[in-house]
Design a protein around this ligand. Structure first.
Ligand SMILES: [Zn+2]
Length: 182
C-alpha cells in the first residue's frame, strides 16, 4: 500500500494543522481515517479528509476494467476486477465475460491481465465485453513454459521455447509495463 493510502484508524494529520474532513475522526491530537482510501490534505480549507475507495465497488455500464483472469471456461472467462477506469479497486469483485462468439482457442488464460468493458448487470452478476480492439489481453505468459511472450500479428510467441499461441489481444498489449509487477 502506498504511503498516501490510509487504513481505518491510521493517522491522517495533526489536529492543530487541519480540521477533520470526510471519512475521518478526531482522536486527541490526531485526525484518523475511518475508511480505506487516499489522503487528501486541503491546505486552503485546512481540511484533512480521506477519499474512500470502497464506494466505487460496483462499476457502471461503460466503465473500463483491468483485471486478472480467475477462470478460463469454454464459453466465458471470470475476471477479478483490479482497476475501474484506472482507479485501483480495494474490494474483491468479479465480472464475467462471454467469449463463445470469438473464434479463438485461447481468449485469455488464467492469471492473464485483461482489459474489458462493463456491458450489463444481470441478477447481481457483472457482465463485461472483451470484443472491441482496445479490449483484450494486456499481459500473458507462455502456456507451455511460462516464459515471456511477444506479439505476432494476433497471436503471441514465446521468447524462450518458441511456442505460438492465440489470444484475444488488446491494442495496448505490451504497453502496460506496470502490470507485470503485480
Ligand atoms: Zn514457452
Amino acid at each position: 500500500m502506498e504511503s498516501n493510502q490510509k487504513i481505518p484508524g491510521e493517522k491522517v494529520a495533526q489536529i492543530e494543522e487541519y480540521l477533520p474532513g470526510e471519512n475521518t475522526f478526531e482522536d486527541n491530537e490526531s485526525i484518523r481515517a475511518t475508511t480505506i482510501g487516499e489522503i487528501n490534505l486541503d491546505s486552503s480549507e485546512r481540511l484533512a479528509s480521506v477519499n474512500s475507495q470502497t464506494h466505487i465497488t460496483v462499476p457502471k455500464v461503460g466503465d473500463i476494467i483491468i483485471g486478472v483472469v480467475e477462470a478460463n471456461l469454454p464459453s466465458m472467462i471470470a475476471i477479478m476486477i483490479k482497476y475501474v477506469n484506472g482507479k485501483k479497486v480495494v474490494a474483491d469483485l468479479e465480472c464475467i465475460c462471454v467469449t463463445r462468439h470469438i473464434r479463438k482457442k485461447n481468449i485469455a488464460l488464467a492469471k492473464d491481465v485483461v482489459k474489458v468493458e462493463i456491458i450489463s448487470h444481470i441478477n447481481g452478476t457483472i457482465h463485461a465485453s472483451i470484443d472491441s480492439q482496445e479490449l483484450g489481453v494486456l499481459f500473458t505468459k507462455c502456456r507451455k513454459c511460462f516464459g515471456t511472450v511477444v506479439k505476432m500479428r494476433d497471436a503471441v510467441k514465446c521468447k524462450d521455447c518458441g511456442w505460438i499461441d492465440d489470444r484475444k489481444l488488446s491494442l495496448d498489449f505490451g504497453k502496460s509495463e506496470f502490470l507485470t509487477q503485480n
